[in-house]
Design a protein around this ligand. Structure first.
Ligand code: TXA
Ligand code: MG
Length: 339
């Protein structure tokens, strides 16, 4: 199949919408990462997503909507807590796991009775969903096992010839995937950390005058910690991206770079400083700037046949940092040291 590259203009959007309505697959930019979309109401179209990505079919997809009013069509039992959170954070990088409506096929949810829903803030993404006239099921538009794509060229590298089209866009504003949460009554569970943190979400419920259930414990529920338990979010049981390149992450405080280089940890790596080793020194960047670059940098390691990478990260106490470290723990398979 030849993958069409579409401009995000009226003509391109019409072509993309038409592909979706006729059961095809279209990759599109969002503010987090690029998604690979198909009609969420069409089981055959959904199968094409799994096939193109090489993704296990019991790992459910996120359903994307263009307006909050569409939530009731894809989810059922939408309660006041979910609505308060959706009203506060949508459009934006937050995915809400809700009870699914009967219209959503099992292929989308991997057989679960819940559905993950997100309304992206990217205007191209929302225009695309609106034009298609149906909810769009979309995982990240990478080959399974590669980092999520944050540019049109990442999508083409991974999926050219395997999908019907890609809508061209700029590099993703944020650069890592959305926060995924479930909300049962007043109890919020963070299933995948993202740039919207649990404190902000909890604050929204409190501001709306809702009493938080005493069961609230986002801190114990991120993907890393829930690995040992039955996965709350099916995606967490799969091996996540880790480059062929062996990664070592070193975390320090601002201004620590010199100390880090001379530290025991870097001494341990001193024999490694050769052509096959790359240092990704992110100590002078804000966490958001690191998030912007991280998937691109990780992809480059393998493209350039780098064998070993030392990744220096500045510690902070933000939700962005927690989300970044969640992804880096996976990329480095736990090789994370702190100064
Ligand atoms: O930012 C994002 O979320 C991007 C863009 C394209 O929207 N999408 C994305 O999709 O990252 P994906 O498929 O790569 O990750 C979706 C995550 C997976 O970990 C999956 O297991 C989880 O959401 N998920 C989906 N449906 C779920 C459900 N019903 N219950 C629990 N977890 C669910
Ligand atoms: Mg993904």
């Amino acid at each position: 199949m030849k993958t069409k590259i579409l401009n995000p203009d009226k003509e391109g959007m019409e072509k993309a919408a038409n592909i979706i309505r006729t059961g095809g697959t279209v990759a599109f930019p969002t503010e987090t990462v690029y998604g690979l979309g198909a009609n969420a109401l069409d089981p055959d179209a959904i199968e094409k997503i799994y096939k193109a990505k090489g993704r296990p079919s019991d790992n459910p997809l996120i359903v994307h909507i263009s307006d909050i009013s569409e939530l009731q069509g894809v989810a059922s039992d939408v309660d006041k807590h979910i609505l308060a959170i959706a009203n506060e954070f949508w459009p934006g990088p937050l995915t809400l796991v809700c009870k699914k409506s009967a219209d959503i096929p099992d292929q989308v949810t991997g057989g679960l009775d819940t559905v993950a829903v997100r309304m992206p803030s990217s205007s191209i993404a929302r225009e695309f969903i609106r034009s298609a006239g149906v909810p769009i099921a979309a995982p990240s538009a990478n080959k399974s096992g590669k980092p999520s794509p944050t540019s049109t060229s990442h999508v083409i590298d991974d999926l050219n010839g395997k999908i019907d089209a890609v809508i061209m866009g700029d590099d993703s504003d944020i650069g890592i995937e959305s926060t995924v949460i479930s909300v049962t009554g007043g109890k919020v569970n963070v299933l995948r950390p993202g740039v919207i943190g649990e404190v902000e979400i909890r604050g929204c419920l409190e501001k709306s005058g809702y009493k938080l259930s005493s069961g609230f414990d986002g801190s114990a529920s991120d993907e890393r910690k829930s690995m040992k338990d039955v996965p709350k979010s099916p995606g967490v049981k799969y091996k996540h991206y880790s480059p062929n390149c062996e990664c070592f992450v070193v975390v320090g405080s601002a201004g620590d770079m010199d100390r880090m280089r001379g530290s025991v940890i870097t001494q341990k790596f001193s024999g490694f400083f050769d052509k096959e080793t790359r240092v990704l020194d992110f100590m002078n960047l804000s966490t958001q700037d690191v998030i912007n670059k991280i998937y691109h940098s990780l992809r480059k390691l393998d493209e350039d046949n780098i064998k070993r990478a030392l990744i220096f990260i500045k510690k902070d106490a933000t939700p962005e940092y927690e989300a970044l470290m969640n992804r880096l723990h996976k990329a480095a398979e736990g090789n994370v040291s702190e100064l």
